[in-house]
Design a protein around this ligand. Structure first.
Ligand SMILES: O=C[C@H](O)COP(=O)(O)O
Length: 255
């Protein structure tokens, strides 16, 4: 059974000062829950202060990275730099990277492979646009994204991956997918993973849902057999709502 993860993606929000404030607000609110792994992915510039102040029960992630180790790549951050800083996770292939920065399946694959080389756990984002959904292309798109993201990775590394199913139309729109619809796609993702490795390995891979997750709808996703947590944007920015999500997940899993 895959572990449960609640991961916050701050996107381009919270510089070092706000990061410090967030962590100090969070420390008054939340206590370690052994059954839920909590992750926050701040912007690059806030990662050092986050690493310095983060409580033991909270893990860090980057929101992106480049697929080369070093060199003349102005403005980029390498996997080695993230690993040296002690960052644990890295989001790869978020739809904002794919859509706004023209990131292709092939780039995603290169990033996944080098992340694994440096011991970073990739949170690989997949998901269809509204137009693709309207044209019944959801399964086809997601299957392609999953397969391409991990092609040429060794079978043994499958267990080091995390996937996030984020329908593009649900991100930041307040138009969350229903639990049932998200489950169908996450079940499909697990099936694809199983066909590329084996069922046991596939069952160990956390598959998160992302897109307008909030305390009011979290349980709808956690109650699905193939959804193992959430990748949260807006509601992870504030220590109150983020800790509420963690508490709800911890409480739900204990019931
Ligand atoms: O990475 C997180 C997702 O893009 C979801 O963002 P959201 O919770 O603001 O819809």
């Amino acid at each position: 059974m895959a572990r449960t993860i609640i991961a916050g993606n701050w996107k381009m929000n919270h510089g070092p000062k706000e990061t410090q404030q967030f962590l100090s607000n969070l420390s008054d609110k939340y206590f370690d829950k052994p059954n839920v792994e909590a992750v926050v992915c701040p912007p690059f510039i806030s990662l050092p202060i986050f690493q310095e102040k983060v409580p033991k029960w909270l893990s860090s992630g980057a929101q992106n990275m480049y697929f080369e180790e070093s060199g003349a790549f102005t403005g980029e951050i390498s996997p080695k730099m993230l690993a040296d800083l002690g960052v644990k996770y890295v989001i790869i292939g978020h739809s904002e990277r794919r859509g706004l920065f023209n990131e292709k399946d092939d780039d995603v694959n290169k990033k996944v492979r080098i992340a694994l080389k440096y011991g970073l756990i990739p949170i690989i984002c997949v998901g269809e646009t509204e137009n693709e959904r309207d044209n019944n292309k959801t399964f086809e798109v997601v299957e392609r994204q999953v397969k391409k993201a991990i092609c040429d990775t060794v079978k043994e590394t499958l267990k080091c991956l995390v996937f996030a199913y984020e329908p593009v139309w649900a991100i930041g729109t307040g138009k969350a997918s229903s639990g049932k619809d998200a489950e169908e796609v996450c079940e499909k993702i697990r099936g694809v993973l199983s066909s590329m490795g084996d069922l046991n390995q596939a069952n160990e891979i956390p598959i998160l849902y992302g897109g307008s997750v909030k305390p009011e709808n979290l349980e709808e996703y956690l109650s699905q057999p193939n959804i193992n947590g959430a990748l949260v944007g807006g509601k992870s920015l504030d220590a109150n709502s983020f800790s509420e999500l963690l508490d709800l997940a911890g409480g739900y899993l204990n019931d």
